[in-house]
Design a protein around this ligand. Structure first.
Ligand code: SF4
Length: 83
C-alpha cells in the first residue's frame, strides 16, 4: 500500500512516503522551517522558496521526499490553450 502524503504549497507540492524514509534526518536538519516534526503538518511548503525546498529535497537519500514545482509548470506552454 502506498503511504504517500502530499503537502500543498503555493509554488510547490511536497510528497512524503513514510514507507521509504530511512530517518536520516537530513530534511529536518537542513531546512527546519519547512520540515519540523514538532509541528502538524510537519511539512510547510510555503516556509521557504520553492527553489530552496526543491534543492533540499534532492538531497533526501532515500527518495521518500519528492516534489512538484507548480511555478515551473505554470511557465510550460499549454498546447490546448487558446488566446
Ligand atoms: S531526508 Fe529523506 S530519508 Fe531522511 S528523514 Fe527526511 S525524508 Fe526521511
Amino acid at each position: 500500500m502506498n503511504k504517500e502524503k502530499v503537502y500543498f504549497g503555493k509554488e510547490i507540492e511536497v510528497m512524503f512516503n513514510s514507507d521509504v524514509c530511512i530517518h536520516s534526518g537530513i530534511c529536518v536538519k537542513g531546512l527546519p522551517g519547512v520540515f519540523n516534526l514538532s509541528k502538524r503538518p510537519w511539512v510547510d511548503p510555503d516556509a521557504d522558496t520553492s527553489e530552496a525546498i526543491a534543492r533540499h529535497i534532492d538531497t533526501c537519500p532515500s527518495g521518500a521526499l519528492t516534489y512538484k514545482r507548480l511555478d515551473e509548470k505554470n511557465s510550460t506552454k499549454k498546447e490546448d490553450e487558446h488566446a
